[in-house]
Design a protein around this ligand. Structure first.
Ligand code: GLU
Length: 449
């Protein structure tokens, strides 16, 4: 493992001890601290007044019970969280995840990442994350609604357009945001459009928000490829997942001339010799809400489904992990390198294990960390907040143009920061340092907070 200087090692040991049994959080903190050695060496004032220790400690953590009644009239209980990590740059901002794997450590790692990601967007938003161990799989519309309403019955008192602005994440899309917004409106008797983002267009949502995370990752990789005189044109691209991020990644990649070889869900993956038919994926995932195995059945010739296994066994030029944390392992990275991958961009949060990142970087592969590459989603959420604040609504083109400019800017900021700190081409270092410096500068001006 890369070396941490003694002071940062002590901070990491402390974080590990104070947050026992939360390996994903330790992993996220370690990755950032590994980049900060160069900052502290050059600008020791950034380590003063326990600034780094404070950044690693969430400002507030809320844990609550969510009771609800299922379609069989049985009472169900879930546990839910909102970790309000850092508000130095603006109101807390970050998604809500519904997935059985959710626990406080997962939400803490996501909130920590979100803080730096949001800083990188250059928009005035702090960092947070929330969620529940509720499993939406197989639940009826009515069950989802009752769960969302019960969840909001507690959450509403902790959020607000100037306090904390949640959005979607895994398991939370337009339908869930609608139910939550409807219930928030009833509980507060306020039409406070800016309290949630990812809303539907009919009640204050932004055009291009749904597409933004996937489009943004595609733009980021396009900018990285351009530094080597390359483009998407004719490149074979593998996108893991088949949720919102994956679907709109595939859409933009295809528009830019890339060929989508395969996509997946938690059960297995599909590949299609003729390139993935995106309309069919959308129909299966967004309308029928079925598993991806359906794709091969419906498509027939040329399409295959592999149950289990690793999607990263598919040979490709560009890999875009867009499913979940730690889905791309050291073994997968070795396979991808052997198969000639040239660029990897994280659509999901922390999908690449530390070992896999090392393998890519040592092989000279362009690697874009999620906190930079997938920041387009939250950046467009901030654009949604802007539209809500001015009671305006922009065209798709206007919004997408802003998104594209933001992504170019994040790319250039990461590249320039990596260069400035003596590691040209290291986007992990560039993203961590640039995000940290923005949050740290604000915190230093605000006193001991
Ligand atoms: N969950 C998304 C993310 O990880 C979006 C958050 C938001 O829009 O607030 O960035």
């Amino acid at each position: 493992m890369p070396h941490l200087d003694e002071r940062l090692e002590t901070i990491l040991a402390d974080v590990t001890r104070r947050n026992a049994g939360e390996p994903e959080f330790h992993q996220a903190v370690r990755e950032v601290l590994e980049s900060l050695g160069r900052v502290v060496a050059k600008r020791p004032e950034y380590a003063d007044e326990a600034l780094i220790e404070r950044i690693c400690e969430p400002e507030r953590q809320i844990i609550f019970r969510v009771p609800w009644i299922d379609d069989d009239n049985k009472v169900q209980i879930n546990r839910a969280f909102r970790v309000q990590f850092n508000s130095a740059l603006g109101p807390y901002k970050g998604g809500i995840r519904f997935h059985p794997s959710v626990n406080v450590g997962i939400i803490k790692f996501l909130g920590f990442e979100q803080t730096f990601k949001n800083a990188l967007t250059g928009m005035p938003i702090g960092g947070a994350k929330g969620g529940s161990d509720f499993d939406p799989k197989g639940r009826s519309d009515r069950e989802i609604m009752r769960f969302c309403q019960s969840f909001m019955t507690e959450l509403w008192r902790h959020i607000g357009e100037y306090t904390d602005v949640p959005a979607g994440d895994i398991g939370v899309g337009g339908r869930e945001i609608g139910y939550m917004f409807g219930h928030y409106k009833r509980l507060t008797n306020r039409y406070e459009a800016g309290v949630l983002t990812g809303k539907g267009l009919s009640y204050g949502g932004s055009r291009a928000r749904k597409e933004a995370t996937g489009y943004g990752n595609t733009y980021f990789i396009e900018a990285m490829l351009a530094t080597r005189g390359q483009s998407y044109d004719g490149k074979r691209v593998v996108v893991s997942g088949s949720g919102n991020v994956a679907v709109y990644t595939m859409e933009k990649v295809q528009e830019l001339g890339g060929i989508i070889v395969g996509c997946s869900d938690s059960n297995g993956y599909v590949f299609d010799e003729n390139g993935i038919d995106l309309d069919l994926v959308k129909e299966i995932k967004e309308v029928r809400r079925e598993r991806i195995s359906e794709y091969a059945r419906a498509k027939g010739t040329g399409a295959h489904y592999v149950c289990g296994g690793s999607i990263w066994d598919l040979p490709c030029d560009v890999a875009m992990p867009s499913a979940t944390q730690n889905e791309l392992t050291g073994r997968d990275a070795r396979t991808l390198v052997k198969n000639g991958v040239v660029a990897v961009g994280e659509g999901a949060n922390m999908p690449t294990t530390p070992e896999a990142i090392r393998i890519f970087q040592e092989a000279g592969i362009l690697f874009a960390p999620g906190k930079a590459a997938n920041a387009g989603g939250v950046a467009t959420s901030a654009l949604e907040m802007q539209q809500n604040a001015s009671r305006d609504s922009w065209t798709f083109e206007q919004t997408e143009e802003r998104l594209a400019a933001i992504m170019r800017n994040i790319h250039d900021t990461c590249a320039e920061t990596a260069e400035e700190y003596g590691a040209p081409g290291d986007y992990v270092l560039g993203a961590n340092i640039a995000g940290f410096v923005r949050v740290a500068d604000a915190m230093r001006s605000l006193g001991v907070i």
